[in-house]
Design a binder for this molecule. Structure first.
Ligand SMILES: [Zn+2]
Length: 404
């Protein structure tokens, strides 16, 4: 029977051992997992015998971790699969957008090919869910959306996705509001937005337009917010009001939100409480920029705000860097914030798995459980902490019982 198989010798984290110096060590053990129709249906201790005559895939002691979620990407923008091209320096966002606009029509014809290469890269690194923004703009209309949709279609069963209609060149201009609605009717699954102050020059009008489109199509929202300082803070606060009024708790996110790092800590705490209450998530790409603070992720986390990491668009007209390994973002954040012990390294994995971790804060096993999808990233490692700190390059990705 092909829909039943066993994964033998799978290493799972099962708990932790307190050390005398107050730190902990992660305990693991080997198990045999029975997979039926892509789900885990039985778990045996390694000393128990797998019934004979069944298909067995020996995982040889590799550590199983939850698959990764790449929560901020731009599949339509990458140069991957084309000839090498570095970026042109610019003085500000407006100049960057002007350069992109000039290039969009040239790149649109290869959208599917470029997106496919990007998806292959992300999947090979362990991301089985991709949240992608896709340009909806006056230059190319819905062309990139068509390319990205076609690319994702060929990964059906392996990769799930959120496709965000993203008004990269402004929402409140020309035909963009109607193009956004056309995108929502044409396969986009979420509504995007961009800098209501810096780009649209009308904070409330821009935010209300985003929410109007979202409620019209019963879709979730993820807004790019680079506007800094008090303007960004005001925008965030206003968005939380709008979410509250629309009963849109748990359905919206703000990407980047650098402004949350600009304000005093007492104000960060107030806005963190409001974000948590209205379940507005924060997406960060943990950019390296010596001149720019990132949002206070640990403070947000402590207040119960959901935070997710993404690679962002990479190797495109915005940045020549990037590997497509979202795990690196967790590593980078730990390094930036000097998380060096087993427990804090281990806990950081949640920012790249959509919140799923093997052990809870008390060190008790909570993943995987029976009836979970048999979807994993396998590493030759002793624990989540080692994976976060050392970023092992060798990994195997499994989706619903099938290696990809
Ligand atoms: Zn972005």
């Amino acid at each position: 029977m092909s829909n039943v198989k066993w994964l033998s010798n799978v290493r799972l984290e099962i708990g932790e051992k307190q050390l005398e110096n107050g730190t902990v060590e992660t305990l693991t053990s080997l198990f045999h997992l029975k997979i039926k129709n892509g789900k885990i249906v039985e778990q045996l201790e390694v000393s128990e015998h797998i019934p004979s005559g069944q298909e067995v895939l020996d995982m040889k002691g590799k550590l199983a971790l939850p698959p990764f979620k790449e929560m901020h990407n731009h599949l339509d923008k990458t140069y991957m699969s084309l000839d090498w091209k570095a970026c042109t320096p610019v003085a500000n966002l407006k100049e960057r957008l002007a350069l992109e606009a000039a290039e969009l029509t040239v790149l649109a014809s290869t959208a599917q090919q470029r997106a496919t290469t990007m998806i292959e890269t992300l999947l090979a690194k362990g991301s089985t869910h991709i949240r992608t923004h896709v340009n909806i703009d006056p230059y190319i209309g819905l062309k990139n959306l068509e390319g990205v949709k076609a690319a994702l279609e060929s990964f059906k069963g392996k990769v799930t996705a959120d496709i965000i209609a993203f008004p990269q060149h402004g929402l409140l201009r020309e035909s963009v509001p109607s193009l956004m609605r056309e995108a929502m009717r044409s396969g986009a699954t979420m509504v995007g937005g961009l800098d209501p102050a810096g780009i649209d020059n009308a904070i409330e009008k821009s935010l209300y337009e985003v929410m109007d489109i979202a409620t019209e199509f019963d879709a979730d929202v993820d807004i790019h917010l680079h506007d800094g300082g008090f303007v960004g803070y005001y925008t965030t606060d206003k968005w939380i009001d709008i979410v509250q009024d629309a009963n849109y708790q748990g359905r919206t996110a703000l990407s980047h939100a650098f402004c949350l790092g600009d304000i005093p800590i007492s104000q960060q705490e107030i806005v963190a409480r409001r974000l948590a209450e209205q379940d507005v998530a924060i997406m960060s790409t943990i950019p390296i920029n010596l001149g720019r603070v990132i949002p206070p992720i640990d403070l947000l986390d402590m207040h119960g705000v959901k935070v997710h990491f993404g690679c962002d668009g990479f190797y495109d007209s915005w940045s020549p860097y990037g590997t497509g390994d979202v795990l690196e973002k967790a590593t980078r954040f730990c390094e930036l914030t000097r998380k060096i012990d087993e427990k804090s390294l281990r806990n950081s994995l949640k920012w790249v798995t959509g919140g799923i971790v093997s052990l809870n804060e008390k060190g008790q096993k909570i993943w995987p459980t029976i009836q979970d999808d048999a979807s994993f990233v396998f590493f030759e490692a002793a624990s989540s902490a080692e994976v976060v700190a050392r970023i092992p390059n060798k990994r195997l990705v499994m989706v619903k019982g099938e290696l990809v």
